[in-house]
Design a binder for this molecule. Structure first.
Ligand code: J2J
Length: 536
């Protein structure tokens, strides 16, 4: 029996049945492929991090012990748990353990702080919060204490910074649960967080069926198999690292996942050489750093077979350097946590490889490219991308007003992306209509940052925009209008960033630049013109 989670927007029954009949949705939960791999080859290496090497057998055992430990804390089917961990094996263990229980992890990027985490805990009415004591100097144990004190019924699990420590040992000391199905493939499996376009974060609910479909199709399209050694150098909870093809794809196929604490060449090149990495999914700034690193010649990177690059636009110029300089196939991708993923096929011609961002993963994906007036554009002409399909949500979690604006009545998601689609169906991303900043793949909602800056003494008004950046694509700039009588020199970038840090905002959302102005450029309608600000 499926569990109905309040705040989840279901698929129309006939659509769901159609997806099942077509074989897009299968009778499988997300942890089951892992346990099949565990049974097939317990001795093979599943996960590597630092000096830690975890075999499939060991991973399966840890998952079932941690599941028992979490059950002991009161976590059960349908319970939401905010998982806020860096790139450590415990992230993978905890997530599979929650699925084994039928519980619902919310994937919170490690960079998030009090503002974001509090919103996730409240919006999901979380049963538990799993984090590390300290991350990048932030006292997350303190945050866990604050949150549990404020909410009776919220339990915290605080691991050491490397994801181990006494709390993990306590969980692992439990007798392993028997591996069995405690949920339905139709249940909500997880909540992805979205960079968002609004003042409040958006949560993206995927079922085992929708996510599983995306993972299964990504495995062959990204050339993943038992031979694969995948490097995860972006935040492990990002959709690219989880399912595109992600650790879910690699562990289902019987390959090995190598977790890197960060994506810098110093960290990553030795790992590629040492573990014979064959595949990685990265954002453009990481790829540029790898291409431009003088360390490249010092390491043997010849094991690299393909690099999936997505999350933000890659320049054709950088794209053309990948094969000759890194010896790997470049596979551009254009995906969104809401569901739809597109990859260039691995065997495309050089021109497509450099200039396109992919073809939809699933034959069930329906795409519309529309002019401003809502009529379809001709092939090759840019337009607004709308999509629905077997891996795309029908609504954000507990957000009816937002959903009315973000989805059409017949269930299409308005992506906010401007794309051109050629005759073959290949997409090129040409722009964006949504009010969002894409800072090297990390998405920032200007409104969220503006709201927090407005609370700073001396600020009359603020406008946050993305400005061009050679490496990141865009960075965050704030224009601030002081209150009457306030000395403008007190409104410095440092002061604003300090204020935002005190508020507990993720560092990547903070302005990189700030300008104090007397007023904003306005449109004829009197609205702030972000377009004019970008041009100034
Ligand atoms: C331009 N913009 C892009 C690209 C994403 C696989 C790959 C990426 C994501 C992802 C993902 C882009 N060129 N190649 O979830 O599974 C921008 C678009 C898009 C938004 C989604 C996956 N690839 N984008 O990036 O939810 O604006 O997912 O709508 O983080 O990133 O961001 P996100």
């Amino acid at each position: 029996e499926p569990l109905v989670l309040d705040g989840f927007v279901p698929y129309p029954a006939d659509v769901a049945e159609g997806y099942r009949r077509a074989g897009y949705w299968t009778d499988e939960t997300l942890q089951e492929p892992l346990f099949a791999s565990v049974a097939r080859h317990p001795e093979r290496t599943a996960v590597v991090a630092g000096d830690e090497i975890v075999s499939y057998g060991e991973l399966g055992d840890r998952v079932l012990r941690v599941a028992a430990g979490l059950a002991d804390l009161g976590v059960g089917r349908g319970d939401r748990v905010v998982v806020h961990l860096p790139n450590v094996p415990s992230f993978i263990v905890v997530v599979y353990a929650l699925w084994e229980l039928g519980a619902v992890p919310t994937f919170a990027p490690a960079a998030h702080r009090r503002t974001e985490i509090t919103q996730f805990v409240e919006l999901t009415e979380a049963r538990a919060y799993v984090t590390v004591s300290v991350h990048d100097g932030a006292d997350l144990a303190g945050l866990a204490a604050e949150l549990t004190a404020a909410r009776s019924g919220l339990r915290a699990v605080v691991l050491d910074p490397d994801g181990g420590g006494p709390e993990l040992d306590r969980l692992l000391a439990h007798t392993p649960l028997a591996h069995e199905r405690r949920s339905s493939p139709q249940d909500v499996a997880l909540l992805q967080t979205s960079g968002g376009t609004t003042g409040r974060p958006k949560l993206i609910p995927h079922t085992h069926e929708t996510y599983g479909h995306s993972v299964r199709l990504s495995i062959p399209l990204c050339g993943i198999g038992a031979h694969s050694v995948q490097l995860i150098a972006v935040p492990v909870c990002h959709s690219m690292a989880v399912r595109s093809p992600g650790f879910l794809g690699v562990l289902a196929a019987g390959g090995t996942v190598v977790l890197a604490p960060d994506g810098s060449p110093d960290t990553v090149f030795p790992l590629i050489e040492r573990h014979g990495v064959t595949q990685a999914s990265v954002v453009p700034p990481l790829l540029l750093a790898w291409l431009n690193s003088s360390m490249r010649a010092k390491f043997d990177l010849s094991s690299l077979h393909s690099l999936h690059v997505g999350g933000a636009k890659l320049s054709a110029e950088a794209a053309r350097r990948v094969r000759p300089e890194l010896g790997a196939i470049l596979q551009q991708g254009f995906g969104m946590a809401e569901g739809l993923v597109n990859y260039n096929r691995l065997d495309v011609d050089d021109e497509t490889s450099a200039t396109c961002q992919g073809l939809p993963v699933s034959p069930g994906d329906e795409l519309l490219v529309l002019a401003d007036d809502g009529t379809p554009v001709a092939p090759g002409t840019p337009g607004h991308l709308l999509t629905r399909g077997p891996s795309t949500i029908r609504g954000y979690f507990r957000a009816p007003e937002l959903n009315a604006a973000s989805f059409t009545e017949d269930g299409y998601y308005r992506t906010g992306d401007i794309v051109a689609r050629d005759e073959r169906g290949y997409l090129t991303v040409v722009g964006r209509s949504k009010d969002q900043i894409n800072r090297g793949g990390e998405k920032v909602a200007p409104e969220e940052v503006e709201n927090l800056i407005l609370a700073l003494d001396g600020v009359h008004d603020v406008s946050v925009i993305g400005i061009a950046d050679r490496v990141l694509g865009e960075r965050v700039k704030a224009y601030v209008v002081p209150r009457d009588g306030v000395d403008p020199s007190t409104l410095t970038l440092a002061a604003v960033r300090r204020h935002l840090r005190e508020r507990g905002l993720a560092a990547y959302k903070m302005p990189d630049a700030l300008e104090v102005v007397a007023e904003f450029p306005r449109t004829a309608m009197g609205k702030i013109s972000k377009l004019l600000q970008r041009q100034s």
